[in-house]
Design a protein around this ligand. Structure first.
Ligand code: GLY
Length: 378
């Protein structure tokens, strides 16, 4: 007879897998149940580790994101050592060019914070941001549009190859002895008063001592928490064969566009942000808007061969903050709603959720992400 796991995780995206790995490495018996790992937002992201380029306002989310960004180098190194697989972590920095038309906004910031922490002078961050003027930015990154009049340079923002990372996480959880139930759909969380007593998956009822909901944009199918899909369309191009060096050595983060060069010559371009529910497919309008913004920012892209088009669903809450930690049920923990920062928040989410489940340690930072802030919502 199969023994009951200590912890059952609903969701086989990168967040669910990273929590599983952290719990397993701390000695727990863990099962991951996943309907379709390919659907997860972690497959479709760009992998930017960009709390500064995303211009998150000072507050708990920025704090959480900065903490996670600082965990990334050691965390990916450990994962690579465990599995022998690459994660594509690259401390390439992120450049946020500004056009003439946006210069008023830049002036407001630059006049108060020349070469200083971003985003406001009264809430300095322990992380640098540098304003580059026109000659400096064009020297820093040749090939930018001539309409770029300067930009912010965030040297500590970085990137990871989210697909490589997810592969490495799969291998790591498998090798560590996590049971993975792939292709299994959880239909219902069964509870009695404030305890989860199992989850229904087809004919089966799966049971564990503790449960984690990490089902991303699909979380609302299992619990009445307001997590909705926010669709993002993306595409990739390749540096043409014969190029002597990679033309882009840093992420470009422009107005409603980002261009993320990988070290293997792939260049990821994203992303739309659409409130259309779970409507699949790329659309001509979505791809056209991405291409025109990307080519405007970095004109040479117009000749690069297109490699792939895809889309994904960000898990988004009404206030665009994640839902982390306790739930209405004593033995169920929530790790969902990561919106635009899911890949960035993987290591810190895994750490804080494992601390909570195994050591009853509730980091005060989790208070801002408590599910009960949505009480009263339908
Ligand atoms: N992290 C960027 C995005 O969600 O588009």
């Amino acid at each position: 007879m199969a023994t009951m796991p200590d912890i059952l995780i609903m969701g086989g995206g990168a967040i669910g897998l990273a929590i599983a790995l952290e719990l397993r490495l701390r000695g727990a018996n863990v099962t991951v149940v996943t309907r379709d790992a390919v659907e997860a937002a972690s497959q479709s992201a760009a992998g930017m580790l960009a709390p500064q380029a995303e211009k998150l306002p000072p507050g708990p989310l920025l704090e959480l994101c900065l903490q996670s960004r600082s965990l990334y180098p050691a965390w990916t190194q450990k994962l690579e050592a465990m599995t022998g697989l690459p994660t594509g972590y690259w401390s390439c920095g992120i450049l946020a060019p500004v056009y003439e038309t946006e210069s008023a906004a830049k002036d407001a910031i630059a006049s108060t914070t020349p070469d200083s922490p971003h985003p406001t002078p009264d809430s300095p961050l322990p992380t640098p941001a540098h304003w580059l003027d026109r000659p400096t930015i064009h020297q820093h990154q040749p090939g930018l549009s001539q309409s770029v009049i300067g930009g912010w340079w965030y040297p500590q923002d970085a990137q990871v190859d989210n697909r490589a990372l997810t592969n490495a996480l799969w291998a790591a959880v498998h090798d560590a002895g996590v049971e993975i139930r792939a292709g299994v759909t959880v239909q219902k969380v069964l509870h009695q008063q404030s305890q989860v007593i199992g989850v229904q998956a087809g004919e089966e009822t799966l049971q564990a001592g503790h449960y984690v909901l990490a089902a991303g944009a699909w979380s609302q199918e299992l619990l009445p928490i307001p997590v909705h899909p926010r669709k993002g369309q993306m595409l990739s191009v390749r540096v043409p064969t014969g190029a002597i060096a990679l033309p882009l050595q840093t992420v470009l983060f422009g107005s409603e566009i980002y261009i993320v060069p990988r070290q293997d010559g792939r260049i990821v371009i994203g992303a739309t942000s659409e409130d259309v529910g779970f409507v699949p497919h790329n659309t001509p309008a979505g791809i056209q808007s991405l291409l025109s913004r990307a080519i405007r920012l970095y004109p040479a892209l117009e000749q690069f061969p297109i490699q792939e088009l895809w889309w994904g669903f960000r898990p988004t809450t009404p206030d665009e903050l994640p839902i982390l930690g306790t739930s209405p049920y004593a033995n169920l923990t929530l790790a969902t709603g990561h919106h635009r920062n899911g890949i960035l928040l993987i290591p810190v989410t895994a750490q804080l959720i494992a601390d909570r489940i195994l050591h009853q340690k509730n980091d005060p930072l989790l208070n801002a992400f408590h599910w009960s802030r949505f009480k009263g919502l339908p």
